[in-house]
Design a protein. Structure first.
Lengths: 290, 130
């Protein structure tokens, strides 16, 4: 059994760990509120964008000559996967959930005999993926310096993706991120952004629009923007999810530390009492023998 | 009958402006300035760098935009843009900064015709502001 001194030291160390996790939880809670707010505020933009594109693609007359970003290259040989994770750890299953989702997707694609290329956004994803899929990672982007998710960063990723698409480096592009549902639940998502997947989202064939300039030109201008918008949306959802996940992970850690302190305190008191009892017995039996 | 309609400007971060007593909006559409009044036909167009003028009962407002999409439908005008500034909030130094950036961009040699055109537009618009 551990000595009294050892127990005392352990209690102190668990207590200070608890203080740290508690502070991290508070910080995450404050950041979560902000991240959630900006995720909600960002929704109208991506929704509107989606609407406009839907209306446009329904109105397009010549499906054969539709922009490639909308209709695809006509084959599905090379898949580009943009895996979006956080730059910091200690956030529970946040990163591993995305990685798990991404890995099962990779396995499926590779089984079909197709090629994959990976872009990682966020250093944690890169750390976990480079061991197995190191040779597949073509780019690693990290926004450690940016405090909050901002459109400028998303646009950079979007431009990169489009550049590679136009160079014919891939046919299908999928982004992986965590969708924020609530503090305890984040759902890892795989969303295909190239070619644009509008299945099941038929808008009612209402009045037709007037286009200026014509549809094709608007579409070819709009689609690249939509890529950036989707990536930005993913970044916002991700940052809210990260904070939510960190908050619940740190909450658990704080609780576990508390339980541990209780258990150790009981053990400490028991052994302290045992020592006292032992001393008393020794004194009494010493006195009796006289 | 009132001659007013609703305008909503959204940027990626948030809903930038919502106004429902607007009588006329002038947007810098790609093929020239376009004035929109109530009961305009449904239209989708995109913007080049320029000034959005919003005329309403509660006062006129001017915004500087660098890009964007406008959609008008059922007397709802939605403007999606990634870069927008209210001219009233924009001071000279901010304008100078933007102008400098735009000029640098316009002077690059390795850009394609369209981005060159857009950058030139930016410079032009910003110069008229000063």
């Amino acid at each position: 059994m551990a000595s009294l001194d050892d127990l005392k030291k352990r209690i102190a160390s668990v207590k200070s760990t608890q203080k740290i996790t508690k502070a991290m939880k508070m910080v995450a809670a404050a950041k979560l509120r902000r991240a959630q707010e900006s995720a909600e505020k960002g929704r109208p933009y991506s929704e509107k964008m989606n609407n406009v594109i839907l209306n446009l693609s329904n109105g397009i007359s010549d499906k054969e000559n539709a922009p490639k970003l909308l209709s695809g290259t006509g084959q599905e040989k090379t898949h580009l996967c943009v895996v979006m994770t956080s730059d910091r750890g200690l956030c529970g299953g946040f990163n591993s959930n995305i990685i798990k989702k991404a890995k099962s997707y990779f396995a499926k694609i590779l089984d079909e005999g197709k090629e994959i290329k990976i872009i990682t956004v966020g250093s944690k994803g890169n750390d976990q993926l480079k061991r197995v899929y190191g040779d597949k990672i073509i780019e690693n982007i990290s926004f450690k310096e940016s405090k909050n998710a901002n459109y400028f960063d998303a646009d950079k990723v979007g431009k990169l993706v489009i550049e590679k698409f136009e160079a014919g480096e891939f046919d299908v592009c999928t982004i992986f991120y965590n969708q924020f549902k609530n503090v305890i639940t984040q759902i890892p998502q795989a969303q295909q952004i190239i070619p644009l997947n509008n299945e099941g989202e038929e808008s009612s064939p209402e009045e037709s629009y007037e286009f200026e300039p014509d549809e094709d030109e608007i579409l070819s201008n709009l689609l690249p923007k939509n890529i950036s918008t989707q990536i930005f949306k993913a970044m916002l959802e991700n940052s809210a999810s990260e904070q939510g996940s960190r908050m619940s992970a740190m909450d658990n850690a704080t609780r576990n530390a508390g339980e541990m302190v209780d258990k150790l305190t009981i053990e400490y008191n028991r052994s302290r009492q045992a020592a006292i009892t032992k001393e008393l017995i020794e004194i009494i039996s010493g006195a009796e023998s006289l | 009958m009132s001659e007013e309609f609703k305008v909503e400007i959204v940027n990626p971060e948030k809903s930038f402006l919502v106004k429902d007593d607007v009588s006329e909006v002038v947007v810098p559409a790609f093929e020239g300035e376009m004035g929109i009044l109530k009961d305009h036909i449904s239209i989708i167009s995109f913007l080049k760098p320029g000034i959005i003028k919003i005329l309403s009962k509660s006062g006129d407002e001017n915004y500087y935009v660098e890009d964007g999409i406008v959609e008008f439908k059922n007397n709802n005008l939605s403007i999606l843009t990634s870069t927008i500034f209210n001219l009233a909030d924009m001071d000279k130094s901010k304008q100078q900064d933007l102008l400098k950036q735009a000029e640098e961009e316009a002077n690059k040699t390795d850009i394609n015709d369209q981005s060159k055109y857009l950058a030139d537009q930016k410079v032009e618009v910003l110069k008229t502001l000063n």
